[in-house]
Ligand binder design. Structure first.
Ligand code: PLP
Length: 385
């Protein structure tokens, strides 16, 4: 008998391919870094979120090598059974101290951390508000919570204020990317916090792209704005600037205690390998002492922006290492990305549904491991393409 569902996904895959929307993986044959090897070719990469160049940093590699014989590879159980190791615990304590929040809880991924926070704190009788450009994991968290989910146009806080004023929900929560992952601009966190105070709501700040890069000592977006409030739940992913893997949520002690009791993506999953926490402890030391890397990153960002503007490229209002170049059509974006690849440069084409239809773009991300010569090479290749 014909298997209709399988036939259907085959034809839908064909359709995606015809629309230039088929996603394909690139296989790295080297460690992550600004110089990578793909299909035997050495490429200059502008696509990782490894903003400080820590993914292959010797201090992190050495921390893992030293911890490995002592800790082994697998955690073997969830945190609430026997998977919680002293290395996880030490990292949680150090992280909370570093960002100046009372307590912290380590998660396996940022996706899971966002699901945890929203579902543990808001339910059917709640309402969740989210910026339209928020990361997919925040949207999925809102849906999974079964709360009413209201989205507002990007950074339109007047619209958010109207939605919050009209809400009769028992619990409210605003979800926001502190640095928007595809545009590179910042959320107005002080104004968002003020709205949360007026309307008695939680504020979940997803700082996947701010931690390590913004704020004194790389302490992130809350430090950048000098914000403190028991309403704030601060989520940082650890696979980006921190160079490792996982995510951590910092908040009031009682919020962390509640997550530990209720967060299903914390309770029903295996703890991360403790060697990763050893790497993260080393990463925090490097981040805290990386003012030179952050200054270099700012110089590279200024160099890239002025070079692209001189070529007449359409940029967004971003002061972060995320520098999108808006092209518009999917085909033109793919063509430009391929033209760069021919010149040995890797810049991904980002297309819908990751970004709104008609705003396909090259998403250039800079790393402190790039040199001014690397950026000049990219500008030159963009000029040729
Ligand atoms: C990458 C990212 C996540 C997901 O984090 P992972 O640890 O990769 O699962 C969540 N939010 C934002 C804004 C991100 O960019």
């Amino acid at each position: 008998m014909a298997f209709a569902a399988l036939t259907e996904i085959r034809s839908r895959l064909t359709a995606l391919s015809e629309q230039g929307l088929l996603r394909q993986r690139r296989t790295l044959e080297s460690a992550q870094g600004v110089h990578v090897q793909v299909d035997g070719r050495a490429l200059l990469s502008f696509c990782s979120n490894d903003y400080l160049g820590l993914a292959s940093h010797p201090a992190l590699v050495a921390a893992v090598a030293q911890a490995l014989p002592e800790m082994g590879v697998g955690a073997g159980a969830s945190h609430l059974i026997t998977g919680h190791h002293v290395a996880h615990h030490a990292f949680e304590t150090r992280f909370a101290e570093f960002v100046g929040l009372p307590e912290a809880l380590l998660f396996s991924t940022g996706y899971m951390a966002n699901l945890a926070v929203v579902t543990a704190l808001v339910g059917r009788d709640g309402e969740v508000f989210g910026d339209k450009l928020n990361h997919a994991s925040l949207n999925d968290a809102a849906l999974l919570s079964r709360a009413k989910f209201s989205r507002y146009a990007h950074n339109d806080l007047a619209a958010l204020a109207r939605l919050m004023a009209a809400s009769t929900a028992r619990h409210k929560m605003v979800l926001v990317d502190a640095v928007f992952s595809m545009d590179g601009d910042l959320a107005d966190l002080p104004a968002l916090l003020a709205l949360c105070e007026t309307h008695d709501a939680w504020l979940l700040v997803d700082d996947a792209h701010g931690f390590g890069v913004l704020g004194a000592g790389g302490r992130g977006s809350l430090a950048h704005f000098n914000l403190h409030s028991p309403r704030i739940i601060y989520m940082v992913t650890l696979g980006k600037a921190a160079g490792v893997s996982g995510a951590i949520v910092a908040a009031e002690g009682d919020v962390i205690s509640w997550l530990l009791q209720k967060a299903r993506t914390y309770i029903y999953t295996t703890a991360t390998p403790p060697i990763l926490s050893a790497a993260l402890l080393a990463s925090l030391d490097v981040i805290a002492a990386a003012d030179d890397r952050r200054a270099h990153l700012q110089d590279l960002t200024a160099q890239l922006r002025s070079g692209l503007l001189a070529q007449g490229r359409e940029l967004l209002d971003s002061a972060t290492p995320i520098q999108p170049v808006i092209i518009g059509s999917n085909d033109a974006t793919l063509a430009l990305s391929s033209a760069l690849l021919e010149q040995g440069i890797l810049v991904p084409a980002i297309r819908p549904p990751t970004v709104p239809v008609g705003s396909a773009r090259l998403r250039i991300t800079l790393s402190a491991a790039h040199t001014a010569a690397d950026v000049a090479q990219l500008l030159n290749a963009m000029g040729n393409a």
